[in-house]
Design a protein around this ligand. Structure first.
Ligand code: UDP
Ligand code: MG
Length: 240
């Protein structure tokens, strides 16, 4: 069976028209920075499918999978589950969704996650939505959220912060050096944070509108001597 891995940056099986490029946004930030909450809002307003890597791992753990015990122990200890496991879950969820716009929340968490996802799927994110929040505030939120998670206790949370700083922040820095990070001040109340989030997604929509003719094709592509066409907008995803 053909999977996303076999068809990088092409259609996902299901309702997408052929050759439609996938839009992928990585949603990153520390534990308790508000990724899940804001992703739910983005889904409502902008039609993305939300894939939380942590939720997919917890579902896999509860499904009686052979990896269940390993996932449970690693999550409790704040460690990063092997890329292979997480990437398979993400790929499956993308294929099953039938959508072509994804928010991938809480992944990639380290450099190895990032490189493995890129080489296995051939997908690079359009941009990274980064929720920046002071540790003190994140700790308060996690300890108050009562979602019955066995990693939302003070011992696990301290370990998760360490992993976040040592392993996950370098991934954000990597994308920052490529100009792909959209940073949001996540310390504010939910509604205010969403106003800032909306800006990021709306301006993307606007940009697409400015570049698109009535058939959905890019009208800003320039032709080069070798016959290739390229749009000056780095993130242009429209067909020519
Ligand atoms: N996790 C992982 N790989 C991922 C995402 C999550 O190993 O790509 C594990 C890791 O142990 C992490 C836990 O799942 O600490 C909880 O992640 P989640 O994103 O649900 O929590 P958050 O950090 O957003 O509170
Ligand atoms: Mg989460």
């Amino acid at each position: 069976m053909e999977t996303i891995a076999d068809a990088p940056n092409k259609e996902v099986k299901g309702s997408s028209p052929p050759d439609k490029k996938l839009t992928v946004v990585f949603v990153l930030g520390g534990p308790g920075s508000g990724k899940g909450t804001q992703c739910a809002n983005i889904v409502q307003h902008f039609g993305y499918t939300h894939l939380s890597a942590g939720d997919l791992l917890r579902a896999e753990q509860n499904s009686g999978s052979e990896n269940g015990a390993m996932i449970k122990n690693m999550i409790k200890d704040g460690q990063i589950v092997p890329s292979e496991v997480t990437i398979k879950l993400l790929q499956r969820a993308m294929e099953e969704s039938g959508n072509d716009k994804f928010l991938i929340d809480g992944f990639p968490r380290n450099e190895e996650n990032r490189a493995a996802f890129e080489s296995v799927t051939g997908i690079e994110p359009d941009f990274v939505l980064f929720f920046d929040c002071p540790e003190e505030e994140m700790e308060k939120r996690v300890l108050n959220r009562n979602q019955g998670r066995d990693d939302d206790n003070i011992v696990s949370i301290r370990k998760r912060f360490k992993v976040y700083i040592n392993s996950s922040l370098p991934v954000i820095e990597y994308y920052n050096s490529k100009g792909k990070v959209r940073k949001i001040d996540a310390s504010k109340p939910v509604e205010e944070v969403f106003e800032a989030v909306k800006e990021v997604f709306t301006s993307l929509d606007e940009k697409v509108r400015q570049h698109r003719d009535i058939f959905g094709r890019c009208i800003r592509r320039k032709k080069f001597r070798n016959g290739a066409t390229k749009c000056s907008w780095m993130r242009c995803i429209l067909p020519s």
